[in-house]
Every structure is written in C-alpha cells, then in structure tokens.
Design a protein around this ligand. Structure first.
Ligand code: SAH
Length: 236
C-alpha cells in the first residue's frame, strides 16, 4: 500500500520534515508501519517526493525527503460554490469535489439554505485526506461561507465563467457550455429548496454567468455538484 502524506513544510531532497501528531497516530496505530517505511510527500507547492520515515515514537515523527518524483503541475481554477447541506452530504461533496479537481470549495448562504453553520476546519481535513488518497498534488482551498449576494457582487468581467446549475430546464446543456469554456470555471449549486426568484434574478444579472441543465430530473444538490464536476473532469 502506498502512503501519501501532505505536509505544509518545505520539501528539499536530503532534508527532513516533522510529522504531525495526527500523522504519527495514523502511521503507528492505524497503518502499523515502522521506521524505515517508504512514503510519498507533497506540500501543494513543490511537487511530490519520495520519502522515508526516520522517526516514529509515541508522540513524535519525522520523515526524510528523498528525490523529486513529480513536479508541481500548473494551478487550475475550478470553483465550487454550493449551499451547505446536512453534515454528511457536505462532507461527501468536499471529499468527492477534491477527487474531481475542484480548487476552491466555497459554502454559499442562500435564502433557503438549511445548514446555518459550517465547520470549515473539518472540511479542510477531509480535503487533505481526499487529496492524499487521489494523488493530486494540491489541496483545494475550503473558504469560509459567504452570502450569495457578496459572492455575486465580487464577480466581474475577468472572473472565470460561472455555470449556474439550474433545475428549471431553461438552461443550455452543461456539457455544451463546458466544452466552450476555456481556462477556469465556477459552478453554483443551490440548496435543496432551490434558489428564490429574487436570487435567480440576481444570478442571471451577474457577469459571465450561464444557466445550465444536467437533464430533466431534479437532482439532489450533492448529486448536481458532483455530476457537473465529473463532467468537466471527463471533458478535459
Ligand atoms: N427545490 C427545487 C430543487 C432544488 S435541487 C425543486 O424542488 O424544484 C438542488 C439544486 O441542485 C438546485 O438548486 C440546482 O442547483 C441543482 N440541480 C438539481 N437538478 C438539476 C438539474 N437537472 N440541472 C441542473 N441543476 C440541477
């Protein structure tokens, strides 16, 4: 089994990085590996390195950094704005959006949003774990929740195109719009109650926004978020 760990530390061949208390616990008590075990290290900036555990005590651990295996790929711009859902569904969206290549995951508060608070620290930990598992070399940014109004008013003509996932059937097919989009993309998914009429009007007026459809069925919000990210990942 391959072990991949994210570290915020600089990675330099010949150097060492400390392992966090959670990583020490995971390596010792969950994976039950020993000093000398090889692993992969990445920090979201300098690529992926071969490494080796050189210390694994009850509390402390260190890994030696060996050679560079994969350079850091150029950063992408794939933004997911979604109304937070019930805890398990939000966790699922963050995990799968990380696997599917989102680079910004931003909870958006709307009129009919059910969840009132979001634990961004927990969501960040989920994103790190998903990135480690799926071999991507960066960690998506999990932003603090913003209101729909503020998010829309921060948009301008330079913003990446935003696809409003619209269940009304009035939008163009998502695949068609995505195949035209060059550069980054943003996706906006509504809550289970949908967007209000006022919100729909605000979204329609925001710069560089297109309403898109994922077909005739009304999908759960988490299904819509993951379906459009999967579509983009496949079209690339
Ligand atoms: N309350 C609405 C459904 C909302 S579904 C109703 O009952 O009519 C939750 C969110 O998922 C929507 O806001 C939309 O962003 C997205 N969604 C669901 N089905 C969709 C589809 N077929 N096409 C595009 N987006 C969809």
């Amino acid at each position: 089994m391959q072990i991949r760990l994210f570290t915020p530390e600089p990675l330099v061949p010949g150097g060492e990085v400390p392992l966090s208390a959670e990583q020490v616990h995971y390596l010792r008590n969950v994976l039950r590996v020993a000093e000398g075990r090889g692993l992969f290290l990445f920090n979201g900036r300098e690529g992926e390195f071969a490494g080796r555990i050189v210390q694994l005590d009850k509390k402390n651990g260190r890994a030696a950094v060996e050679k560079l295996l994969r350079p850091q790929p150029p950063a992408e711009d794939v933004r997911l704005y979604f109304a937070p859902l019930k805890r398990d569904c939000t966790d699922l969206v963050v995990e799968k959006a990380t696997e599917l290549g989102a680079t910004l995951i931003c909870p958006v508060m709307t009129e009919f949003t059910a969840a009132s608070r979001v634990n961004t620290d927990r969501l960040r930990a989920i994103a790190v774990e998903a990135a480690e598992q799926c071999r991507r070399l960066d960690i998506p940014e999990v932003a603090e929740p913003v209101s729909l109004k503020d998010m829309l008013s921060a948009r301008n003509e330079e913003s990446p195109r935003m696809l409003h996932l619209d269940e009304s059937g009035e939008g163009r097919p998502a695949a068609e719009v995505l195949s035209e989009a060059e550069g980054g993309a943003a996706f906006l998914v509504g809550p289970e109650g949908g967007f209000s009429e006022t919100e729909r009007a605000l979204i329609a007026r925001a710069p560089r926004t297109a309403a898109v459809s994922l077909g005739p069925r009304i999908l759960r919000a988490e299904t819509a978020a993951l379906a459009v990210l999967a579509l983009r990942a496949c079209l690339k």
